[in-house]
Design a protein around this ligand. Structure first.
Ligand code: A2P
Length: 218
């Protein structure tokens, strides 16, 4: 019937709780503010703007969307492959509504998105779909959970789904043996450049935040 078709959410994920959530927003803003003042960033500015000599204000360049979260399964109300199976997974049912700690291990920036990568625990991996890493060429052999991330902002006209794809792309480049050009030791960690506007800040100390496993019907 009509009701059955509406019983699956837009997506499942971990939703970051306050006040850690606000702190992560601040950390991300501070990082963007520092990044666009670095000489190394200015040297590669044409990754972000075609206009010569133009400055880029990264804080304005990226717009944040909705509550901070780490998507596990995008269901699109049941239209995505495996949505129903995911919702029926015993682990999903068991952990639904529970709070656990997410560990953010890196911040990354591309001309399209800014995000934080999430290092999932064994228990959290029980909620991770087996095919999440299969979407990007060269990324399918990455460990399960590699795509886990929090979208912190998107450039104009870019959909948040892009953030995970950008992360997988950086990880695929890393796996291919390219270390990235170590650009700077920052207070938060080491900043590396992977070409084509791709920047990764490996955090010295992971940022930990409580998060609730739930879903959005929106
Ligand atoms: P992300 O998890 O990278 O932030 P939207 O607002 O576009 O409907 O998306 C809702 C959430 O689901 C967003 O958080 C988004 O990206 C994620 N998402 C959207 N489309 C997909 C997809 N095809 N695969 C995985 N995640 C998706």
């Amino acid at each position: 019937g009509q009701l059955e078709g509406t019983s699956l959410p837009l997506f499942f994920g971990w939703f970051l709780l306050s006040p850690a959530k606000e702190k992560i927003c601040c950390t991300s803003m501070d990082f963007l503010k520092t990044l666009d003042t670095l000489e190394a960033f200015k040297k590669h500015l044409n990754d972000f703007t075609q206009e010569a000599d133009k400055e880029v204000d990264l804080e304005q360049y990226f717009k944040s969307k909705g509550p901070l979260h780490c998507t596990t399964k995008f269901c699109n109300y049941g239209k995505e492959d495996g949505a129903k199976e995911y919702a029926q997974n015993p682990a999903v049912r068991e952990f639904y509504g529970s709070v656990s700690e997410l560990s953010l291990s890196a911040l990354f920036v591309t001309p399209r998105t800014v995000g934080a990568s999430v290092a999932l625990t064994e228990e959290q991996l029980l909620l991770w779909p087996a095919d999440a890493e299969k979407e990007v060429e060269g990324a399918s052999s990455l460990p399960l959970g590699s795509r886990a991330h929090v979208t912190l902002g998107c450039a104009e006209g870019v959909e948040p789904v892009q953030t995970g794809l950008d992360l997988l792309e950086i990880l695929a480049v890393q796996q291919g043996g390219q270390k990235g050009e170590l650009v700077e030791e920052m207070e938060l960690g080491s900043l590396s450049y992977y070409g084509e506007g791709r920047w990764l800040l490996s955090l010295r100390e992971p940022i930990r935040t409580p998060a609730c496993f739930s879903s959005v019907y929106g």
